[in-house]
Every structure is written in C-alpha cells, then in structure tokens.
Design a protein around this ligand. Structure first.
Ligand code: F6R
Length: 241
C-alpha cells in the first residue's frame, strides 16, 4: 500500500484528483469504478475540472458505478447514480454506452449483478476502483462479515449504514439492501484507491490499515491488494501510529 496524507481536505482533494488524472492520461481506455458519497465529491470535482481544462479524450474510457441503494431510483438526489451523473458523467459528457450504473430497481437483482460482472468482463478487468470507507469499515456496500470472494451481489445493509445513509436524503428514507461490486472485484482491479477525510474516519482508518486483515472491517482488504493507494487528510490519519 502507498499512503498519501494531505495536510487538509482541500489538499487531499487535489492530490487525489491529480493521481486519478494521471490514470486517465496514461490509459486512454481506462476502466474505472467510482464510489459516490461525501468523500469523493471535491476530489471528483477537481478531477473533472482538470480533465476538461486539459481536454483529455475520454471517449474510450469506461465508468462503472460502485454500488447503489436497492429500490432508490436514479433521479433521487440521494442515489449513487444521481451523484455520479451530476458530479462526473454529465459534466464530462460521457456517452451512455461508456458507463454502467447498477439498476437497483431491476425486477431481478441477481441478474443485474450478473449483467454488471459480464459488462466488466467484456471490457477486461477494472484498471482502477475508487472507494470510500463507511463508519463501520464497509467499502462499496460490502458490509462487515461479507465474503471476500464475492463479485457483484445484493446485501442486507447493517444498521450503521442505514442510519448514516440518511445524510444523503432530504427526508427519512427506508434503506434495507445495497447492490455492490464485491471485494473480489476490488482485489482483481489493477489498482485500488481508498479515500478518507475528516476526523470521524480516524478510528476506522486505523482499524482498516493497522488492525488485522479481517472481514469484520471490509476495508482492511486493502492491506491485501497488490497495488493499493490510500489518500487521506491529516484528520482521517489522526489515529495512525
Ligand atoms: C458509496 C459507497 C460507500 C461510501 C462510504 C463513505 O458509493 O460506496 O461505501 O464510500 O459509505 O461515505 P462518505 O464518503 O459519504 O463518508
């Protein structure tokens, strides 16, 4: 693992954006999976600005949505799809055949998982997967206790995720399941990039990076990745030894 600790949240965003920018420059047919959420908002915003400013050709890149709340439509501003459309895909004018987001309203969610895995396989493997970390150590919606061998799957969200997830919605929203790329998808990706900022992430980041590799802290799988990159601000790194 390579770890980058920025002195503040803005610098964290810029460092992350610069790193991701290089991925797009180096590989014009990059296949990248992206988390939604508060953490990547500023990094993606900076990245998008730079990609547009530098006129990087993204026409051969493929974008994958990491996860989605089951049953939440893509036009709901709390959905991961809404976030990725608004922050990344639409500003970059990515054509619909160059991205895939989980349809969490599909009648057959197992088939939706197979479709996602087949879509990725049809383009090779992920070059990069960008994840955040939940307060319970989840990445994507790989909740504590999940099997590390899974690719895309549907999962019961734990109580912490259902509570914390309310922050994305303007009114109380019943959340029960998630649909997500799996930890095996992450392990197979050529590069795995974990982002964390803010003091509230300090304890779980210590557990993920310095605790034992444990499925109870799914983000600890980063320790096992052959090519893992961690971007944090000082606050999120505050409990590291
Ligand atoms: C969202 C996702 C989640 C978040 C995590 C952190 O697509 O995959 O695992 O990355 O819950 O969320 P924030 O960044 O809002 O603290």
């Amino acid at each position: 693992m390579q770890t980058f600790i920025a002195s503040n949240s803005k610098e964290f965003a810029q460092q992350t954006a610069d790193f991701l920018f290089q991925r797009f420059v180096q590989k014009p047919d990059l296949i990248v999976a992206l988390a939604a959420g508060e953490t990547p908002l500023l990094p993606y915003t900076r990245l998008v600005e730079k990609l547009i400013h530098e006129r990087v050709d993204l026409s051969r890149c493929t974008f994958i949505g990491l996860d989605e709340w089951v049953g939440i439509p893509p036009d709901n501003p709390g959905s991961c799809a809404y976030f990725l459309r608004n922050v990344v895909l639409d500003p970059l004018n990515i054509k619909s055949d160059r991205f895939k987001l989980f349809n969490s309203q599909a009648a057959d969610l197992q088939q939706e998982c197979r479709n996602m895995d087949a879509f990725i396989l049809s383009r090779g493997v992920l070059d990069a997967i960008v994840v955040g970390i939940g307060m319970n150590g989840h990445i994507g919606f790989n909740e504590p206790g999940v099997s590390a061998k899974k690719y895309s799957h549907v999962i019961d969200l734990d109580a912490n995720t259902k509570n914390v997830g309310q922050k994305y919605f303007s009114e109380h929203t019943a959340l029960s399941k998630g649909i997500t790329l799996g930890l095996q998808t992450l392990l197979d990706a050529k590069q795995a990039i974990l982002l964390a900022n803010g003091a509230r992430k300090a304890t779980i980041m210590r557990k993920a990076l310095e605790g034992p590799l444990s499925i109870e802290v799914p983000a600890s799988i980063m320790q096992q990745h052959a090519n893992g990159f961690i971007f944090m601000d000082e606050a999120a790194a505050g409990e590291l030894t």
